[in-house]
Ligand binder design. Structure first.
Ligand SMILES: [Zn+2]
Length: 266
């Protein structure tokens, strides 16, 4: 009898599973790899993380996967990162060159030659869309918790990309914000170590390809609650080189919450 109850409960759980995306109440009918499988070379495709997703958020993410991979890889192959070179050669290049270089022409339409190499304009909206999904997916996979989207504002700092004004000059405020995060939270940062959420979820995927750290006051033992109440930072690192700091900034006042960082959107 007890066993039957257990089977029914598991069956119901599968049937009723909701999408990982905050605010989405849709039924989850697919499994998404986070980051996508295509980011990993063939020899490093084991123990990848997944989240349950609805059709809409699965498709939305897939559309931008290749675009994000192109941007990440082109940055990393310059640094001769082996895994990035392999992924670029086997997955990215064939797609860019397919159909008379159609995708290459589209993505790099505004390529300009500069003194030290080439520069192209990044479609920020597409990259943001990819990192919105990845950030929420990671948070859900690691903590089994979803934020309430009404309480948070999500923005991303692309540490390897230059932020420029319309006239091509460096965006000073954005650059300063990035320097603040780089100095205080990246590398061997003691603040990040104290605030890091020590996850119990299964690891074992290749950290050469993707490494992630979640930090925030919610994860201090002393104030652990059932809900997420303070600002959260997710630090993604691809191929040991391309770093994105995703800031889930708590925007509404909450009793006993720790508003630990003041972050301006850029
Ligand atoms: Zn959804």
């Amino acid at each position: 009898m007890l066993q039957l109850g257990k089977i029914i409960a598991t069956f119901r759980e599968v049937l009723m599973a909701k999408c990982y995306y905050p605010g989405c109440e849709s039924h989850a009918n697919s499994k998404e790899h986070i980051p996508p499988k295509s980011f990993f070379p063939d020899s490093k495709k084991t123990n990848l993380m997944t989240v349950k997703s609805c059709k809409l958020h699965n498709n939305e993410k897939t559309k931008n996967d290749l675009y994000a991979l192109i941007n990440i890889c082109t940055n990393c192959i310059v640094e001769k990162k082996d895994d990035a070179v392999e992924v670029f050669e086997t997955r990215v290049k064939p797609q860019l060159m397919h159909n008379n270089e159609a995708l290459f022409k589209k993505v790099f339409s505004n390529l300009t030659k500069e003194r030290y190499g080439y520069r192209f304009k990044v479609d920020r909206e597409r990259l943001d869309s990819f990192f919105n999904c990845l950030t929420h997916g990671i948070l859900y996979n690691k903590t089994k918790k979803k934020i309430n989207p009404e309480n948070y504002f999500l923005s991303h700092l692309y540490m390897n990309l230059d932020e420029r004004n319309e006239d091509g000059s460096i965006h000073d405020e954005a650059t300063r914000t990035k320097m603040f995060w780089a100095e205080n939270f990246l590398g061997n940062s003691s603040i990040a170590d104290i605030l890091e959420f020590k996850t119990k979820s299964k690891n074992g995927y290749s950290e050469d390809v993707y490494k992630v750290k979640i930090i925030g006051a919610d994860f201090l033992e002393a104030i652990k609650s059932d809900d997420l109440t303070s600002s959260i930072t997710v630090i993604h690192e691809f191929y040991g080189h391309f770093v994105v700091v995703s800031l889930l900034t708590r925007v509404t006042a909450f009793e006993n919450s720790f508003a630990h960082f003041e972050v301006k959107s850029i």
